[in-house]
Design a protein around this ligand. Structure first.
Ligand code: 5GP
Length: 190
């Protein structure tokens, strides 16, 4: 029988270094992993490519995909902004025996666990504290004080899901967090 591919979900409040951790793990090539490309109706940011970072689709196309049951899960992560994991992204990979990494929000992570059970490992990347997260966002200098408070408020909500994850990794020191994430994934897909 062919080996079935496994699913690894990474979630984190914004500003916790999740994308950096994922890119570092995929970039090192140590682990046999592919990235699940989600669909979204948000506009591409500078440097983002259709089909690589996301499948960038219109709101209407997103609604059609919901109606056609094309999503494993989907969420309105921000007002008017939809994100969803496409069934075909996971099905093709599972059939090929490939392991897939998903960068999705906490509610999406819960939905994946419900459907895939022990075939999915849920990892939550945490800031050392809410205060630390606020300081990081202030230092980054890209957001107004109001937006920072909104992000902090959302982070507090997201942190309330932490106990539902299989594993929690505190990103206090980036190389340490990358190594911890990599070794947890490695043990899971063996
Ligand atoms: P961004 O717009 O910054 O790329 O992503 C915003 C948030 O949407 C992040 O927390 C990311 O993890 C989440 N996200 C991206 N793709 C999906 C998806 O397919 N499903 C869900 N539930 N969340 C997603």
């Amino acid at each position: 029988m062919n080996k079935k591919g496994k699913i690894i979900v990474l979630s984190a409040p914004s500003g916790c270094g999740k994308s950096t951790i994922i890119n570092s793990i995929l970039g090192s090539g140590e682990l046999d992993l592919r990235f699940s490309v989600s669909a979204t109706n948000r506009a591409p940011r500078a440097g983002e490519e259709d089909g690589v970072n996301y499948h960038f689709i219109t709101t209407e196309q997103f609604r059609d995909a919901i109606a056609a049951d094309e999503f494993v899960e989907w969420e309105q992560v921000y007002p008017g902004r939809y994100y969803g994991t496409l069934r075909r992204e996971l099905k093709d990979a599972a059939e090929r025996g490939e392991n897939t990494i998903l960068d999705i929000d906490v509610k999406g992570a819960m939905a994946v666990k419900k459907q895939f059970g022990d075939d999915a490992l849920l990892i939550f990347i945490m800031p050392p504290s809410i205060e630390d997260l606020r300081n990081r966002l202030v230092k980054r200098g890209t957001d107004t004080p109001q937006v920072i408070e909104e992000r902090v408020g959302k982070a507090e909500y997201e942190l309330s899901f932490a106990d539902n994850f299989d594993l929690r990794i505190v990103n206090d020191d980036l190389p340490v967090a990358v190594a911890a994430t990599e070794s947890a994934i490695s043990a899971f897909i063996k």
